[in-house]
Design a protein around this ligand. Structure first.
Ligand SMILES: [Zn+2]
Length: 294
């Protein structure tokens, strides 16, 4: 009876002609939600592309958007913890933790670099629940899409066939593109790389690269002189040729390292809309891989 009245309530709360209003915390999640939801959804992202998602500043306009949302899609772990206070402030029960409109996109993802012991975030540490940059492995895009699909089915179960088809199309497109991307990246297989922030291990996992070190000594902590000399040594010793930097970081230190060592600096978007040509989840990888190849 309870289930019946709940589904009746859901059915009544979203008329079949109305679009499901989705608020995503990132442009990547927005893009995937648009693929899976098609004409049944309207999606907005709380963060613009080309910004560090760790440090998005909550604003009243975001609370206003969440008040009207039917669904929220979060990256989860500690990357977009700033959405929690916004969701509380919006007082919209539909998107509360555990409710039908709450989607944690990380569910079912094999999270890398989970700490052995609990890290106290008060000392400025980030990545305290493991590495949250999982969308940069396209295979994980399929799990994100599945989590979003499950959310859509909770809200509009009568559109099951539609959402299932769009979800399978998305997965098929990832599989097709993966063949092209892997072949483009095959020349770099096994290559050791340096990255600015620890945001590329899932990308490295997908395309058989090895992240030898980060320019940040710890995630979120800027480099110091000691760490720089360690990097100079390491790059020379290991003959590392590639330094990957998300395009919102200052390039001063990466340029200095590249100049001193001869390694090539590659500046890339790490999110959809991080630059104009990375307009959706698929073109994001097209852009990243093209820049590495060139
Ligand atoms: Zn991070």
């Amino acid at each position: 009876m309870k289930i019946l009245s709940l589904s009746l309530f859901l059915f009544l709360s979203i008329p079949s002609y109305a679009k499901i209003n989705i608020i995503a915390s990132s442009q990547d999640l927005k893009s995937i939600a648009e693929y899976v939801g098609g004409e049944e959804v309207s999606v907005e992202s709380l963060s613009p592309g080309g910004f560090d998602i760790h440090f998005i500043e909550p604003r009243p306009s975001m609370v206003f958007k969440l008040k009207k949302a039917d669904m929220v899609v979060k990256i989860g772990l500690d990357l977009d913890m700033w959405t929690d206070s916004l969701i509380n402030a919006a007082k919209n029960e539909k998107i509360f933790y555990g409710k039908e409109g709450y989607v944690d996109a990380s569910a079912g993802i094999d999270i890398m670099q989970k700490p052995d012991k609990k890290i106290d975030g008060s000392s400025g540490d980030i990545h305290i629940f493991g590495n949250p940059h999982y969308w940069l492995n396209p295979e994980n895009g399929k799990i994100i899409a599945k989590n979003i699909k499950l959310g859509l089915l909770r809200i509009k179960p009568e559109k099951k066939e539609y959402f299932e088809k769009r979800y399978s199309d998305f997965c098929r497109k990832i599989d097709d593109k993966m063949k092209v991307w892997k072949s483009d990246m095959s020349a770099f297989a096994g290559e050791k790389i340096i990255t600015y922030h620890n945001s590329w291990i899932y990308f490295a996992q997908a395309f058989d690269l090895q992240v030898a070190a980060n320019i940040e000594p710890k995630p979120g902590i800027p480099p110091n002189a000691n760490h720089l000399s360690f990097l100079f040594e390491l790059i020379k010793k290991e003959k590392i040729k590639i330094i990957l930097v998300d395009n919102f970081y200052s390039l001063n230190t990466p340029k200095e390292i590249a100049n001193k060592t001869g390694a090539r600096l590659i500046v890339i978007p790490s999110s959809v809309a991080g630059e104009n040509s990375a307009s959706d989840y698929f073109s994001l990888f097209d852009v990243i891989i093209k820049k590495i190849k060139d």
